[in-house]
Design a protein around this ligand. Structure first.
Ligand SMILES: Nc1ncnc2c1ncn2[C@@H]1O[C@H](COP(=O)(O)OP(=O)(O)O)[C@@H](O)[C@H]1O
Ligand SMILES: [Mg+2]
Length: 310
């Protein structure tokens, strides 16, 4: 048996040319790469549109030194003091035009960590560039918007998604009809990560993309119901939360339930930081294809259990 490999990671574009959509942004980035001239950048936009991909590609394409901080997992002031600052202040560039600090999901930084990185970014701006991303400007220190160059991302259109999905099918030797890829692209609602994951789920155990399986992918996520089910579990109302879950699963095949669940729940911003940590811990790991209704119930039970130590 081969290990499960997430196609969304496997097919993360390795060149800017392969990043689809948001043409004005990619064009500007290509120009900056040609000129080796960068401002501090803030990429803002919905999930699965290529923001992290682009900030990772910039230092790699230019072959300059970089560090990457994901603020979702390291969010306190310490990461600025202990990791970012010593890195940003040392000049050891051996001919490189500058080095790079990637701040992914920087809105998840605590307010003092945001403040400290803003200040640092200004002080070292000549030889160290900060490339930041966020889904949402809501929790962002506003100074980022005035001191960093803002690049607004929009959802990826189905027209742009279909060729990207087609490339993956070719690589995986999966036969696929264009209209089925278009169905997935439409259902993913602008989120290409979601589309790629849906494609992988639909192809599980098949050598072609089957139209009947694609049609099961009716993933207009019933956000409100999902959030309500998770909220109930967190209040310890396990029986009620399972009732809501069963209604969701009556409309959605169980195997689609976990697809992008974390992204979707967190993008809606109804959970506190502590609640997000609990949800992440309760989510199952590994191959999402294997999940059935039972796993969704176990997820809720774990959530209720962690909160109430049942
Ligand atoms: N514009 C894009 N072009 C090609 N693939 C993309 C694009 N956006 C997202 N993807 C796919 O989704 C995955 C996640 O993209 P990422 O850049 O991390 O999204 P985000 O905007 O949430 O940071 C990528 O590894 C790739 O498979
Ligand atoms: Mg990202």
């Amino acid at each position: 048996m081969t290990l499960y490999e997430d196609w969304a990671e496997k097919y993360r574009p390795r060149t800017i040319k392969n990043v689809v959509g948001n043409a004005s942004v990619t064009k500007a980035v290509r120009r900056m790469i040609r000129n080796k001239n960068f401002p501090n950048m803030m990429l803002i936009g919905p999930p699965g549109t290529g923001k992290s991909t682009i900030v990772k590609l910039i230092p790699k394409t230019l072959d300059v030194d970089f560090i990457e901080i994901n603020a979702a997992s390291q969010s306190g002031i310490n990461v600025v003091r202990d990791d970012i600052e010593p890195y940003a202040r040392t000049l050891d560039m051996e001919g490189s035009p500058f080095k790079v600090v990637i701040l992914d999901q920087v809105d998840r930084f605590s307010p003092d960590a945001q403040q400290a990185s803003l200040q640092l970014a200004e002080e070292v701006s000549v030889y160290c560039k900060f490339l930041a991303t966020t889904n949402y400007a809501g929790k962002l220190n506003e100074a980022f918007l005035s001191r960093f160059r803002v690049f607004q991302f929009v959802s990826i259109s189905p027209d742009d998604m279909v060729p990207a999905l087609m490339r993956i099918c070719k690589s995986e030797r999966i036969k696929a009809k264009k209209k089925d890829l278009r169905y997935i692209a439409n259902a993913a609602r602008g989120d290409l990560r979601q589309a790629v994951k849906a494609l992988q789920t639909a192809c599980e155990g098949e050598s072609k993309l089957r139209s009947d399986i694609v049609r099961e992918f009716n993933w207009v996520p019933p956000y409100k119901s999902i959030i309500s089910s998770v909220e109930k579990a967190m209040k310890g109302e396990f029986t009620d939360s399972v009732k809501v879950l069963k209604n969701i699963l009556a409309l959605t095949q169980p195997k689609w339930f976990f697809l992008g669940l974390q992204d979707k729940l967190f993008y809606k911003r109804v959970f506190t930081e502590e609640e997000r940590v609990l949800i992440s811990l309760a989510l199952p790991e590994g191959n999402p294809h294997a999940f059935a209704e039972q796993d969704a119930i176990i997820f809720l039970a774990r959530l209720a259990g962690t909160v109430y130590e049942l």
